[in-house]
Design a protein around this ligand. Sequence first.
Ligand code: HEM
Length: 242
Amino acid sequence: MSTFYAILFIVATLVLVVGVARRVYLYYKVPAPLKIPTTPAPVTRAGVVLRMFREVVFFESLFKATKWTWLFGWMFHIGLALVLVRHLRYFMDDDNVFWPLVELIQPFGVYAGFAMVLGLLGLLGRRILVDRVRYISAPSDYAMLLLLIGIGAIGLAIKFIFRTDIVAVKSFFDGLWVFDWQDLPMDAPLLIHLGLVAILFLIFPVSKLLHAPGIFFSPSRNQVDNPREVRHVADWARKLEE
Ligand code: HEM
């Protein structure tokens, strides 16, 4: 079983890294033929960076659009970010320069786990209860929410009810990349948590979760509002002109 999980995680991590890198490359290459920043938009590059920062950290445009979706969406994403930083203890040694940060985040990371799952339940409730959102929801929208709820809820259950040997989990992941495969604790909740995480890694590069890297390539968000000062020519059109 440990060997199965070792191979599963090596394959899933490769699919995640190569798949997302390939997608990012495609996003980078897609031409943006039109000047379409959502106005009012910044008129300088520094302004665009600042707006992107507010968008990514505070979900500014979502806040202006709908408060409930913002509240649940933000709770989930900030919770997830803290949970992921807390998880670095499984992959990092205590002589790493970032270790003090990982140590500092530990207690907050647990509360963040609850915030993450509550936010996801709110987003699921929205899809089921709000008519116009239910109408446009595809099975994959529900599937992604249920997958993330499953990972988070089982993670919390491992933390508070079915404790596992986290030192053994760390040795397993330490050994994974150098092919010194160690045994995983054979606890069902841990194996389910990790199995769902592997599924998440495998489908990430072909899922809606690609909005995470995708937002940085969105022309309506990353363009400077200067069409009168600078003539906008997409790369492919520039090549035709030359
Ligand atoms: C290979 C990757 C992962 C490993 C090895 C892992 C392992 C674990 C372990 C051992 C626990 C129990 C912690 C304890 O008893 O103190 C846990 C908890 C948790 N996991 Fe994961 N996990 C992984 C990925 C993820 C991902 C991608 C998510 C979110 C999408 C996630 C969400 C959670 C949550 C919310 C908790 C409960 C709060 C906490 O203890 O941090 N895990 N995980």
